[in-house]
Design a protein around this ligand. Structure first.
Ligand code: ADP
Ligand code: ZN
Length: 732
């Protein structure tokens, strides 16, 4: 502790960024004998607790009476200080998103355990010459296993000798074995760039050459725009190999943990070792290991979710954002940032190449490529030479199934053919659960979440009604809670579970698998099931958008989209783009390796431009039309948007406050303010929500405008909250 007055050196103070929502760093005293510099990680008292923070750039506040300053509680002398580029990145993200810089730093300091060296592992070793009082068969096996004189972990030894841990404890007690400290995990091996090089096709090779060129031109962004199955992964693997050759680290961001498993295996096939993983499902111990390894430079390649962007790489030299169009790269809570866009920023700050890859690029990235801000790396054909799937529409107005069923006769007969030929079918419906709405056939009562303005979704496997917004769930009741009639509940509309039921009835001998993120068993189960599909262990797969992303299912020939119109009609300015991408991706699962794929779109609006572009397999026409429409409407990337969401536990108060915020908007001819309007999701977790949308031209300093607006506007009180979302991706 450092509270003793004599130890206090008044000139030693430093700025420390703390992980809370305050505008900037606080000033702390530096403990005697400690050396700090910008980036040094420290623990400091804050209010009644201690928090992790980092010494930050900028002068500390020397005007504060030093006696009033608190001293740092701990300085992590052995942890590598956060480097200047990472500190600039944190400040940049904070400035762009209007989040507090400390809240961004919090995403860096994600593992306190990582700040200490990894503790040694307890092990045992044979004491030479010592013998047990009595020899048993089990003891004999243990001593035989230890013949070579090496130390073992207790569990490793017990396993190798086929004995229980108590046998080893007994030998320890008798001083036949002694405890030793084994060194912690050795650093992971460096990926071998020559391990198993893929013979690239001519166009893949051209693409790889372009990516490698980018290493010599400083910060450069490349967009790999290649049809599904064109071999984008193999191409960017060559860029990763180049980064490794140059002694740099590489980071690959994926939108979905469920994709990780297949990626790990592909990476291992190409480079002989597994890359490090970083996402919410890894254990605290592994998290600490990866964090340390990234900071020391021992870990060379990380594959991760968006938060991996904030790891303290010692020498990052490449970021790949795969499926760059995916909205999962946008974080909506706390610090609302787009990992794709911030990856580009991080590359720019540290002057290294960034690769964005997609079969259906975001309109933003496509426009950047058209304007030569990004290199446009095109892969127009599938790597295996397989042709793209043939897409057909089924007009549900005339050719739909009978009432209470969801699969049209034409699609059913295609499934029958595929099944007969041993090919896999994917039925896609972006709705989890059994039915999106449940009501009472006697009184019409609808089951709604008590905390959200959302219908409860029936999950038949779990026998529960579930809110997809707050997670609330309740047992499906035997009788209607409103009128009391027994067995009167009916399910309205389909979810994946209901499609599975229909398929099960029609194809009782087929192996049917439902892939949905909310089934019991979590990510582990999904990983296993993805592998089953990959290996051909399922005939008919029914899935949500989870299956649309990047997976490689070699046996899949037929894709049926149950409701192609879902997602077209909502208030999101990117609705057309998102539908085009999702359906393009999902139908792209068909015939990826062997060709001959077929896709069916069940639709009530076959003349919708999105459906027409998909049917014509004319992505370019879609992009040109969509880009034109965005330009005319001043929507991104030709204009800028920011959402302001006001929420509070009391409806009238939230409503009134949102209007007061709107009135405080500074007058500026360049900015259009829409709203406030009740949000489409008017209540979430018991909070009433109102939305405002600010629109401005591309060059306009929207952050500056909103900062001034909120500073001048009314202050939220009594549980009210104001959240700013720069460049929102979700509009609910
Ligand atoms: P994308 O990411 O563009 O959808 P992938 O990289 O997953 O495509 O490749 C699709 C399929 O083609 C995979 O099965 C992959 O192994 C195979 N493939 C890719 N490149 C080659 C190549 N040069 N030679 C043979 N097969 C390839
Ligand atoms: Zn809810």
């Amino acid at each position: 502790m450092f509270f003793d007055e004599p130890d206090f050196e008044p000139d030693r103070i430093a700025s420390v960024l703390v992980p809370v929502a305050v505008p900037g760093p606080y000033t702390y005293r530096v403990p005697v004998g400690c050396h700090v510099q910008p980036g040094t990680i420290v623990r400091v008292p804050l209010g009644t607790r201690e928090v992790l923070g980092a010494v930050w750039d900028g002068e500390p506040d020397a005007a504060i009476n030093p006696k009033k300053l608190k001293a740092m509680a701990h300085v992590y002398q052995d942890a590598r200080p956060l480097d200047p580029d990472l500190r600039r990145f944190v400040d940049w993200v904070a400035n762009w998103t209007l989040a507090a810089p400390g809240m961004v730093l919090r995403m860096v300091l994600r593992s306190e355990e990582a700040l200490q060296p990894e503790p040694p592992v307890p092990g045992v070793r044979r004491i030479e010459g010592a013998e047990p009082d009595r020899m048993t068969a089990a003891r004999q096996r243990v001593l035989a296993a230890m013949e070579d004189g090496f130390a073992w972990t207790k569990s490793g030894l017990a396993h190798a000798a086929g004995v229980s841990a108590s046998v080893i404890d007994g030998l320890l007690q008798q001083n036949v074995l002694e405890g030793v400290a084994l060194p912690a995990t050795p650093p992971p091996p460096i990926p071998d760039v020559d391990y198993a090089r893929t013979v690239l096709t001519a166009s893949q090779q051209r693409a790889a050459d372009q990516l490698i060129e980018a290493f010599d031109s400083g910060s450069a962004v490349s967009l790999i725009d290649g049809v599904t199955g064109s071999g984008k992964t193999e191409v960017y693997f060559e860029a990763i190999a180049e980064a490794i050759r140059r002694g740099k680290q590489a980071l690959v961001l994926l939108p979905e943990i469920a994709l990780t498993e297949q990626f790990l295996r592909r990476f291992e096939k190409r480079f002989g070792v597994y890359p490090a993983e970083w996402h919410s499902e890894i254990s605290p111990k592994n998290r600490a290991r990866v964090w340390r390894g990234v900071a020391s430079g021992d870990v060379r390649v990380v594959i991760g979710a968006r938060s991996a962007l904030f790891l303290p790489f010692s020498d990052l030299g490449l970021i790949v954002v795969d499926e760059e169009h995916d909205t999962a790269f946008k974080q909506d809570d706390r610090v609302p940032y787009s990992a794709r866009d911030m990856a580009v920023v991080r590359g720019h700050i540290s002057r290294f190449p960034v690769i964005l890859a997609s079969a259906t690029p975001s309109v933003e990235s496509r426009v950047n490529a058209d304007l030569n801000r990004y290199r446009h790396v095109l892969l127009p054909e599938r790597a295996t030479g397989a042709e793209l799937p043939e897409l057909k529409a089924i007009d549900m107005r005339h050719d739909g199934p009978e009432r209470g069923q969801w699969i049209a006769p034409q699609l059913l007969s295609a499934i029958k053919d595929a099944f007969g030929n041993g090919a896999q079918t994917l039925l896609f419906l972006n709705r989890r659960g059994y039915a999106p709405l449940t009501l009472c056939r006697t009184c019409g009562h609808r089951f709604q979440c008590g905390h959200c303005s959302a219908w409860l979704v029936e999950h038949r496997f779990q026998k529960r009604l579930v809110c997809h917004h707050c997670g609330h769930s309740e047992k499906v009741p035997d009788s209607c809670p409103s009128c009391g009639t027994a067995d009167s509940l009916v399910a309205c509309g389909p979810g994946v579970e209901r499609i599975a039921e229909e398929v099960g009835g029609k194809f009782p001998e087929a192996r049917v698998l439902v892939l949905s993120s909310d089934l019991p068993g979590g990510p582990d189960r999904l990983r296993r099931e993805m592998k089953i599909v990959e290996d051909g262990g399922a005939d008919i797969v029914i899935g949500t958008q989870l299956v649309a992303k990047g997976h490689n299912f070699p046996k899949m020939k037929l894709v049926g989209v149950i409701d192609a119109d879902l997602g077209l009609a909502n208030g999101d300015p990117r609705a057309a783009e998102k539908t085009f991408q999702l359906l393009g991706q999902v139908t792209g699962r068909a015939g990826r390796v062997t060709g001959g794929g077929v896709g069916f779109l069940q639709t009530y609006a076959p003349d919708n431009p999105v459906i027409k572009a998909l049917l014509a397999s004319d992505a370019n026409a879609f992009y040109l039309a969509e880009i034109d429409a965005r330009r005319n409407a001043g929507l991104p990337p030709f204009g800028r948007l920011a959402a302001i969401v006001v929420s509070g536990p009391d409806k009238a108060m939230a409503d009134g406050f949102s209007r007061a915020v709107a009135r405080a908007a500074p007058q500026d001819g360049a900015v259009t303010i829409l709203g406030p309007a009740e949000a489409a999701l008017a209540m979430v977790r018991g909070r009433y929500r109102y939305r405002l949308l600010a629109m401005a031209p591309r060059q306009f300093d929207l952050q500056g405008y909103i900062r001034a607006w909120l500073a001048a506007g009314p202050k939220p009180v009594k549980g009210l909250r104001v959240q700013v979302d720069i460049d929102p991706q979700h509009f609910l």
